[in-house]
Ligand binder design. Structure first.
Ligand SMILES: C[S@@+](CC[C@H](N)C(=O)[O-])C[C@H]1O[C@@H](n2cnc3c(N)ncnc32)[C@H](O)[C@@H]1O
Length: 351
């Protein structure tokens, strides 16, 4: 097996997510395999994926030798920020979009790690974004800045998504921002992927953002307007600067964190229009020559801010067993028995 680990998509159902998972694995130079229980093989397009579907079955996943690291927002999971990868080329397993990692893999896991989600409303990442964040912390990011105490809210920087070139990548990143606790995000929508889009594009982008339960405010930031910030930090793969986790990202609202879509043409502009002091923070990945995907880079950047903020989870601090108070929608079915009063999950959540 090549690489320090392998990424396994367990029951992933949406082929677009599976292609994104392959891109996440490629960023970290690890193989990507799938345990298919949701008809992925039947929907696979080698052309769109950029390669064949590599499958493994249950016996191969649970061979009794290869440790499993389940990446799941599950009770008892430890924070991915503080968990080391076990020896023995482990399988880093992410789960189905709705159902998560399958119970047999969770039971067999040597470790279960969660990505702390301080946001309210949306409390999970897109599966490929979660894989990229998990691989980033499990496989590297050594020499991290220590987490400082204090009020995470007052130290949270403003965020600008600069020119995302694809509506699903943009939507998925807005979901990540909300899950990591931002309430407002600036968007320079020069590629017109979020506003003024045809209806089907708009619907796909909003679905990727989980707009139905994502309270995030998305604020248009014009390309030419004056936006005076004391400090601007531009984070990306191709920027020239220290490693992301060595740069202070928690300067509060007069610090602007810019996440450019590095594939977009015309982004070599002078960013001093955003503020007099521009710094750069590089997302370090071990591989070269992989397909760029905005949501993956952005999720890593946002996760690192959350780590430095020490923001923990909405239900409890990271590292403590997670309390999944509001998971009724996936745990209960509604029954319509005469004389029964029905209550929706949304109503329950207000109690
Ligand atoms: C959209 S999530 C599944 C949602 C999950 N069933 C729920 O309702 O909480 C899809 C997969 O992404 C990964 N994932 C997403 N957010 C995560 C987080 N905060 N911590 C760990 N894994 C996460 C997990 O592998 C999960 O199985």
């Amino acid at each position: 097996m090549s690489g320090p680990a392998r990424l396994v998509g367990d029951g992933v159902g949406n082929p677009a997510n599976a292609y994104a998972l392959r891109d996440a694995a490629a960023m970290f130079g690890v193989p990507c395999l799938f345990r298919d229980s949701r008809g992925l093989a039947a929907q696979w397009s080698a052309e769109r994926a950029g390669g064949q579907l590599d499958l493994l079955d249950t016996a191969e996943l649970m061979d009794g030798v290869t440790p499993i690291v389940a990446v799941e927002n599950a009770p008892g999971a430890t924070s991915v920020f503080d968990t080391a990868l076990p020896a023995g080329h482990p399988s880093v397993v992410v789960g189905n979009e709705r159902l998560g990692v399958r119970p047999d893999a969770l039971r067999a896991a040597a470790r279960c790690v969660q990505i702390p989600m301080p946001g309210r409303g949306v409390n999970t990442l897109n599966v490929a974004s979660a894989a990229a964040v998990a691989l980033h912390y499990l496989l590297g990011a050594t020499g991290r800045r220590p987490v400082r105490g204090g009020q995470p809210g007052s130290r949270r920087p403003a965020v600008l998504l600069l020119g995302p070139d694809d509506h699903v990548e943009a939507g998925s990143t807005l979901r990540s921002a909300a899950a990591f606790g931002w309430q407002t995000v600036g968007l320079d929508d020069r590629a017109k992927v979020w506003w003024d889009t045809p209806r089907p594009v708009r619907a796909e982008a909003r679905a990727a953002a989980r707009s139905h339960r994502n309270p995030l405010r998305v604020v248009p930031v014009p390309a030419d307007g004056p936006v005076p910030y004391r400090r601007v930090v531009v984070a990306g793969l191709d920027v020239d600067g220290p490693a992301l986790h060595r740069v202070a990202l928690t300067g509060g609202p007069d610090t602007l964190l810019v996440i450019p879509d590095e594939r977009s043409p015309g982004l070599d502009e002078d960013l001093r229009r955003l503020g007099p002091r521009v710094e750069y923070a590089r997302v370090e990945v071990p591989a070269v020559g992989f397909g760029y995907r905005y949501r993956l880079v952005a999720a890593i950047v946002l996760a690192e801010v959350a780590r430095q903020l020490g923001a923990g989870t909405a239900a409890g601090r990271s590292g403590t067993p997670a309390r999944h108070g509001l998971r009724y929608d996936s745990a209960l079915d509604l029954v319509d028995v005469p004389g029964t009063e029905l209550v929706t999950p949304a109503e329950l959540a207000t109690y």
